[in-house]
Design a protein around this ligand. Structure first.
Ligand code: XIL
Length: 357
């Protein structure tokens, strides 16, 4: 009785198998990707320009993290710990702990450290946002902050995003406390203050949306033209690459790149992450999106390779593992926008990068 039950069960299982001997369960509509790409070369070995990582001081204490960081990357940026709200805790108070840890790590490992960011409307310390002194006093504080930070790190941080995100989406200059207190020429002033502190520092303007928002790109290019005409120091531009697997078209990215190259400016693909779930239509990372991300990464790097080598400042990723990404909180969808899984496996996007070179 018992045996006949087992035989019956076996027949049933066999009957349910197809000719390939595979189980005939319906193919899941959302296959989970089998991560498992083993690269032959690291990003920094493969690229002729610096490959950067945005990181946090606390991550540098974890061996599994630093193992990948050291193997793959040769440029570091603080994801948030070198912003003013973290460093400038009071009119004459500075918190250098996390930024020192990052800069020391870079020095120890022979990595370039790119400073991010001196002036950004989203990282103004509360005490400064609510400052009750005069406009002249406000400007003096900003000048002194810029010069203090630039001087402190000297050649250990040889490049800085001086002003971040000064333009509105589809509009003109963004209304910020800096605009209100220092006037319409505040961006130029900040670049001049940074240059005064260190004549050799590479000074960048950094913004998002310039690869899809024509009005913003036009505004930024007009500012750069004006700076170049007036002799305001600016060495390069960070095109924040917070993009998705299907937006914007690569031709838009190429257009922005060409405009900067025409002006002789260094180009930084800063803050690269490639969202694969902008519409919230997947709940696991699918093979189809992994491939789309790989293809996207390849074409981004191909566009970067059209830049003359002396203008290639580098490509910086905004996080190491998918789970580290700021985008998960920002957009609220599950996301897999980076190069490594949470278990530090290389994703296909890594392959796309290497193949794009
Ligand atoms: C983000 C960081 O990733 C977050 O950890 C932080 O809380 C807020 O800032 N544009 C920028 C970056 O220039 O500095 C931002 O980084 C992401 C958008």
């Amino acid at each position: 009785m018992r045996y006949s039950f087992i035989i019956l069960l076996s027949i049933c299982i066999l009957a349910c198998e197809n000719s390939d001997g595979q189980s005939d369960t319906p193919t899941p509509t959302i296959p989970t990707v089998d991560a498992g790409y083993t690269p032959e070369v690291s990003l920094k070995e493969a690229a002729s320009f610096p490959v950067g990582m945005a990181t946090q001081a606390a991550y540098l204490d974890f061996f599994s993290y630093t193992d990948v960081l050291d193997k793959e990357f040769n440029s570091l940026t603080a994801e948030y710990q070198m912003k003013q709200n973290i460093i400038h805790t009071g009119p004459t108070a500075y918190n250098w702990g996390p930024s020192d840890a990052l800069v020391n790590y870079g020095r120890r490992k022979g990595m370039r450290v790119h400073g991010h960011a001196l002036v950004w409307h989203q990282s103004v310390p509360d005490w400064l946002e609510n400052f009750e002194g005069t406009d002249a006093e406000f400007e003096e504080i900003v000048k002194s902050y810029i010069q203090t930070v630039v001087n402190k790190y000297g050649t250990d941080v040889a490049s800085w995003d001086v002003v971040n995100e000064a333009f509105n989406d589809q509009g003109g200059i963004r209304e910020t406390v800096f605009l209100e207190r220092m006037g319409t020429d505040y961006v130029a002033k900040c670049f001049q203050y940074a240059r005064e502190a260190n004549p050799d520092m590479l000074l960048f303007y950094n913004d998002y949306g310039t690869v899809w928002d024509q009005a913003k790109l036009t505004n930024m290019l007009a500012m750069l033209n004006d700076f170049q005409k007036r002799g305001i120091p600016v060495d390069g531009v960070g095109l924040q690459m917070h993009i998705t697997y299907n937006f914007p078209e690569i031709s838009r990215i190429q257009f922005a790149v060409d405009e900067l190259v025409k002006r002789g400016l260094k180009v930084h693909f800063s803050e690269v992450d490639i969202r694969v779930n902008p519409d919230g239509d997947i709940s696991t990372f699918t093979g189809e999106r992994a491939k789309a991300q790989e293809d996207r990464m390849r074409e981004i790097v191909q566009a970067y390779q059209t830049i003359p080598p002396d203008l290639q400042f580098g490509i910086t990723f905004w996080g190491l593992r998918d789970g580290d990404s700021w985008l998960i909180n920002f957009w609220g969808n599950p996301e897999w926008p980076l190069l490594f899984t949470d278990a530090y496996q290389h994703k296909l996007a890594h392959k796309g990068f290497v193949e794009g070179l």
